[in-house]
Design a protein around this ligand. Sequence first.
Ligand SMILES: *[C@@H]1O[C@H](CO)[C@@H](O)[C@H](O)[C@H]1NC(C)=O
Ligand SMILES: *[C@@H]1O[C@H](CO)[C@@H](O)[C@H](O)[C@H]1NC(C)=O
Ligand SMILES: *[C@@H]1O[C@H](CO)[C@@H](O)[C@H](O)[C@H]1NC(C)=O
Ligand SMILES: *[C@@H]1O[C@H](CO)[C@@H](O)[C@H](O)[C@H]1NC(C)=O
Ligand SMILES: *[C@@H]1O[C@H](CO)[C@@H](O)[C@H](O)[C@H]1NC(C)=O
Length: 495
Amino acid sequence: MLGKKTMAKPYNSLSCLVVSLFITLLQLITPSQQENITPPPLPILPLPNYAQLKWQQRELIMFHHFGVNTFTDSEWGTGHENPAIFNPTRLDANQWIDTAVQAGVTLVILTAKHHDGFCLWPSKYTDHSVIRSPWKNGQGDVVREFVNAAKARGVDVGLYLSPWDLHDRTYGLNKEYNEHYLAQLQELLNKYGDVKEIWFDGAKGSNAPNMTYYFDDWFAMVKELQSAINIFSNAGPGIRWVGNENGFSGSTSWSTINRTLLSIPNSNVDYLNTGDPQGTDWLPPECDVSIRTGWFWHKSQAPKNLSDLLEIYYKSVGRNCVLLLNVPPNTQGLISDSDVQRLKDFRSAIDTIFSTNLANNCSIKASSQRGGKNGGFGPEYVLDNDHLWTYWAPRDDKDDHWIELKTKSKPLRFNVVRIQEAIGLGQRIKMHEIYVDGKKIANGTTIGYKKLHRLEKGTVSNAYSVRIKIIGSRGPPLISSVGLHFDSFGIQMGR
Ligand SMILES: *[C@@H]1O[C@H](CO)[C@@H](O)[C@H](O)[C@H]1NC(C)=O
Ligand SMILES: *[C@@H]1O[C@H](CO)[C@@H](O)[C@H](O)[C@H]1NC(C)=O
Ligand SMILES: *[C@@H]1O[C@H](CO)[C@@H](O)[C@H](O)[C@H]1NC(C)=O
Ligand SMILES: *[C@@H]1O[C@H](CO)[C@@H](O)[C@H](O)[C@H]1NC(C)=O
Ligand SMILES: *[C@@H]1O[C@H](CO)[C@@H](O)[C@H](O)[C@H]1NC(C)=O
């Protein structure tokens, strides 16, 4: 401090005046830089909230169905299973999460309780749980081990607590059972740290047709206890079911829908599958499917082959959805080697296809661009590594919209076209077409977060230009990323 003081040069007030006059003069003769900075366009509502946007970018998430059904070789239990059958010999949740990490998964959901009512954690409100099992002499807690393993690897967790409970005596009595269910929900959401997704279905027992689930109470409690959570159900409010368990979204796939037209469990599955361009709610679809035929592990079943998994990927992630892939632990309490290997192959195929963007060396131009040449919305932003908040935007006063890639050297060879919208400002595109050297090769409706076109007519080779035309949109289309890719896996498998 002292050194600085002695070094400071004594300015007199005259030189100060000269300097400030000079600066004023400079400001008068230089045009203001401010004028060149164009603000982003207005959003088109509805928009994703923070948690929904985070969820969408995960693309692939994982489900683990595990419980008494694993040991009885069944899909639906009875509620009368003896807890003594729950005895995984080598349970290792670290192995589950390692498998997920290798598959590129950042969120894993566990069935804390399935329809049979058996709880994988030591719930205070029932003894139909791990407490009465021989596993770890009744001292174990699968939910705790799962959560700890995920936390140690930076993976987020989600939970499923089945509303239908075939074991609990209060099931069918509205007040009593809803109290019981809410108590268990509070245990799970209070005791295990951050939970990023909670998964509700509306399954009910035929023995209690009048059972009413107090969803409003449940959802309010969930939001109170976990602020960053997404609530999944047939009707949201955070994420919606895609309407089937094949892992397929509609080729038209809006993240928007009218929640007032949805109910649990009886929503119109076609409406859920495609969404609604006029929808007033942002409620994006999640595609749940199992890697095997069943949701629980069965010795007799094998994982789907790579070709089937890629088909699912193109029809879920490639259609504006998140893929929730179920991978069930076996009776040992481990993910089977065959599933681990298949997931490795799956991830490696996705990485091989998409880590190279064959358009990267192309020159790119567009029909128009917002804010002019240096406005920050040029078409070059679609080649900047998928960043959601940098995008091409056309001028507001134009309605002919396209971007065109042109190879500067060797001709292009590809069979997958990837297009992504800047959904942070709303989902807009209703209809688009793809042209290669002036010839239409593909068309489609919505794009959303990600659209993958696998070219039906096969590989395009010897191409010099690729033009994407937007022919219908809810406002100026905003495109955050475009890619040309080559998928050799489909070809090897006879597609
Ligand atoms: C369900 O409710 C209906 C109408 O209130 C009633 O007639 C029926 O007996 C109830 N069924 C059961 C199983 O309680
Ligand atoms: C959804 O709500 C909007 C706004 O109220 C309405 O215009 C649209 O027709 C609704 N969609 C359906 C399928 O009813
Ligand atoms: C782009 O050009 C660079 C330098 O010539 C080359 O190394 C790279 O492989 C090219 N990328 C593609 C996708 O063609
Ligand atoms: C694609 O184009 C064909 C022929 O122009 C048309 O019949 C079809 O409806 C279009 N499909 C989509 C999804 O836009
Ligand atoms: C993958 O499995 C499906 C059945 O799910 C079968 O139809 C298809 O031929 C198999 N593909 C390969 C390459 O084995």
